[in-house]
Design a protein around this ligand. Structure first.
Ligand code: GLY
Ligand code: MN
Ligand code: MN
Length: 440
């Protein structure tokens, strides 16, 4: 979570510098994608995971590669999870395209009764494990890593680096790798963009999880609308939202819930959540449930009284128009940078400033991997989140998730109202129904 918070800061700190939803109709074959409820996330298909690894191997050509899981069951190593569906820490995947039989080898931590009592049980090695993970061999990591790796390097003279060394995720201790490569006269080839760019395009299984995370977050917003009232402390509302997520089937929080009322709305990283709300406040609620390790991220700005004042409305309308312009421009070929310029120029023309970047990719990470300057492709999911912040007074931010499609886009969060009159009506409805609904 701490790491995620840091990444969150990075995006928001990049300061300085309708649309009609295109029929976010139920996805064919996924009629329940947006239903909410506490069922277990469907398993990712092992066959699809194998296909991902095969595509990656095509990309690295004849080189061997290794990737080590630096995560935990609760916060998996995202690259490793994306490739294997395995969340345990310390596991390793070897890819050896030149091998005839053992092209994909999964190495899991040795069984260890004491560790298992703390962390959970590890499965006994059986043929069924190779079927479960759709790899050519599953083994336990008993031998030192270089001896395992040397097997994968038998028929090649290059080792592909799948992640940036700077990310601190060394797949193999650098010294050991260096010695091994020297002994077999092999060189390293940097290929970190490959995995990153593959992860930015989401498949149906991923979109299913993301739609569900969004649906749960919409319920969290309903809970927020219900609980914003004069005298409420921001953290009380945040607690209700988090509780609502759990009751609606979230498997975690994509990031700590932000409830920033009144002048706190102008502080981009407001995290204290300790202010008591007043009737004339507007409140930024920036929240995201995660589901099956996939994140969501939606922001609305609500008037505590249930009605925007004229002054609040003026600012809100500028942010909304900037967002609508940017969303309308989404299609394959444009970049996040292009969208940023569209929204920024609108806000500047209105006499304000856009103090942070416009959005980011979403996926396993709330600030998912992806190149902001590269042309968008169908299957990518981005946020569009312009804001205006008046120091000491108020903040307005509106954030939605948009799926890039072959023809343009689909507004994934279309179920959450954005226009001021719709927000007010939605708040009124949520509050009117509150008598019949037990909060959250
Ligand atoms: N909630 C973090 C962000 O909007 O990027
Ligand atoms: Mn965001
Ligand atoms: Mn957000």
């Amino acid at each position: 979570m701490a790491q995620r918070m840091k990444r969150l800061c990075r995006v928001l700190l990049l300061a300085s510098s309708l649309l009609i939803a295109t029929g976010a109709a139920a996805h064919p074959g996924h009629a329940n994608a947006s239903s909410v409820g506490p069922e277990v996330a469907p398993e990712l298909s092992a066959k699809e995971l194998r296909q991902r690894r095969e595509r990656l191997m095509k990309g690295i050509g004849s080189c061997a590669a290794a990737i080590t899981s630096h995560g935990s069951a609760e916060e998996p190593d995202q690259d490793f999870y994306w490739l294997t569906g395995v969340s345990e820490g310390g596991a390793m995947l070897l890819l050896a395209p030149r091998e005839r039989v053992f092209k994909q080898v999964l190495l899991l931590q040795p069984r260890d009764e004491e560790a298992e009592i703390v962390e959970g049980y590890r499965e006994p090695l059986q043929h069924s494990l190779t079927l479960k993970y759709q790899v050519d061999m599953v083994a336990r990591l008993r031998d030192p890593v270089p001896s395992r790796l040397s097997l994968a390097m038998r028929h090649t003279d290059c080792f592909a680096t799948l992640r940036k060394a700077a990310s601190g995720t060394h797949e193999v201790p650098a010294e050991e790798l260096g010695m091994l490569l020297q002994s077999v006269d092999a060189k390293t080839v940097q290929q970190w963009q490959l995995l990153e760019s593959m992860r930015t395009v989401k498949d149906e299984a991923e979109l299913l999880r993301m739609r569900k995370a969004i649906a749960i977050t919409v319920e969290g917003h309903r809970t927020a609308a219900l609980n914003l009232k004069p005298g409420a402390v921001e953290r009380q509302v945040a607690a209700r939202i988090d509780e609502s997520f759990a009751w609606h089937g979230a498997t975690g929080l994509a990031f700590p819930s932000i409830v920033a009322s009144g002048e706190n709305g102008a502080i981009l990283h407001w995290a204290k959540n300790d202010r008591v709300m007043r009737n004339d406040d507007i409140v930024i609620v920036d929240i995201g449930a995660s589901y099956g390790h996939y994140a969501s991220d939606l922001t609305r700005t609500y008037p505590v009284s249930g009605k925007f004042t004229d002054e609040q409305r003026k600012v809100y309308d500028v942010v909304l128009a900037a967002q609508e312009k940017a969303i309308a421009a989404v299609r394959p070929g444009v970049s996040l940078d292009d969208l940023y310029v569209i929204a920024r120029d609108h806000i500047i023309a209105s006499g304000h400033e856009l103090k942070h970047y416009l959005g980011h990719f979403v996926g396993l990470d709330v600030h998912d991997v992806g190149d902001w300057s590269a042309p968008l492709q169908a299957g990518m999911v981005i946020t569009i989140e312009p804001g205006i912040y008046l120091r000491g007074k108020l903040g307005v931010r509106i954030e939605d998730e948009v799926l890039v499609t072959a023809k343009g886009y689909e507004l994934l969060s279309a179920a959450l109202p954005r226009r001021p009159a719709e927000v007010e009506a939605w708040m009124a409805r949520a509050r009117a129904e509150a008598g019949a609904v037990v909060a959250p």
